[in-house]
Design a protein around this ligand. Sequence first.
Ligand code: AMP
Ligand code: ZN
Length: 119
Amino acid sequence: MAAGEPDTECLFCKIVAGDVPATVVRETKDVIAFADINPQAPVHILVIPRAHYANAGELGAVAPELAGTLLAEAAAVAAEQDLDGGYRLVFNTGAGAGQTVFHVHAHLLGGRGLTWPPG
Ligand code: AMP
Ligand code: ZN
């Protein structure tokens, strides 16, 4: 499967296709943002490109313009969610870092004080 092509086994490709339901909070032609099913903060939204890339590194290497679009869309979601006090974007990359869905996604976390460093 080539980078950028849909993966029929991928959960987030199924959400993009509308085959798995999600609570979508913002969408554009390239990006969708939806509520995480197991939120770790009062605001926990996943921001993903519609196209399938395994992780942030692959996205940045193969489709850098789309990577920039993803970051801009994450900021737009944060503004819509009134996260003026700050928010955190996380790209878990690899199983050892907790990545469980291998379709790149930014975790947008906010709505409470966020400690540093994370676990
Ligand atoms: P990661 O562990 O970084 O790969 O993040 C995957 C995220 O997807 C986790 O935070 C899960 O809670 C979330 N997740 C899994 N299934 C769904 C779903 N059907 N809808 C929304 N979020 C999901
Ligand atoms: Zn996918």
